[in-house]
Design a protein around this ligand. Structure first.
Ligand code: URA
Length: 213
């Protein structure tokens, strides 16, 4: 499958520098959390680059002016529990008025397939512009299940999937699962190991965010 403009890699020196901090196994949980928040802010900034604008006529202290304001669909961030929670604060720093829906998907450690255990979405999710948050796009199983769930809940238009590290296998699976989806990632790693962890990756993002290793 052609990835073309459906996969956006944040190839920026500051992003790569911060990603190195996340990858380092010696980085403590508090710093790991902070850097996840910072990278999520940068990524949300990048993924909202195409928000539509409208003209608003205002008066500066000096002169009348045709200014720009964001218009169109309101935004919802949907973190996939639990690691996606680490990305919410950074995303909300970019769009403080966004609503946040939660989707609980956990990986069955034997089959590696996702199991849903919790969901709570904004009532008007179908009319919102949706950004799914999950730091690791590994097999793509929970990402695919989350996107299907959102489509069944009525979400239309482009879904944007924001992760920090991705594996080619997960990217392929997620792009194949939905025609109108863009993936934002800070890095595309080599692949998955036999336990479906991303290599080189950064380990278990949820455990490192919440200090449960
Ligand atoms: N989830 C993680 O947290 N890390 C991986 O490498 C893969 C899935």
């Amino acid at each position: 499958m052609e990835w073309n403009d459906r996969v956006v890699v944040l190839d920026h020196p500051i992003v790569q520098h911060k990603l190195a901090i996340l990858r380092d196994k010696h980085t403590p949980s508090n710093e790991f959390r902070d850097v996840v928040r910072e990278l999520s802010l940068f990524e949300t900034y990048e993924a909202t680059r195409d928000l539509p604008l409208t003209n608003v006529f205002i008066q500066t202290p000096i002169a009348p002016f045709d200014a720009k304001q964001i218009t169109g669909r309101k935004v919802a961030f949907v973190p996939i529990l639990r690691a996606g929670l680490g990305m919410v604060d950074g995303a909300l720093e970019v769009i403080p008025r966004a609503r946040v829906g939660h989707l609980g998907m956990q990986r069955n450690e034997e089959t590696h397939e996702p199991e849903s255990y919790y969901d709570k979405l904004p009532r008007d999710i179908a009319s919102r512009r949706v950004y799914v948050l999950d730091p690791m796009l590994a097999t793509g199983g929970s990402a695919e299940a989350a996107v299907k769930y959102l489509r069944e809940a009525g979400v239309s238009g482009t879904i944007r999937f924001l992760c920090l590290v991705s594996a080619p296998e997960g990217i392929e699976r997620l792009l194949a699962a939905d025609d109108d989806l863009i993936i934002y990632t800070c890095a595309i790693d080599d692949g998955l190991n036999e336990n479906a962890y991303i290599v080189p990756g950064l380990g278990d993002a949820g455990d490192r965010i919440f200090g449960t290793e």
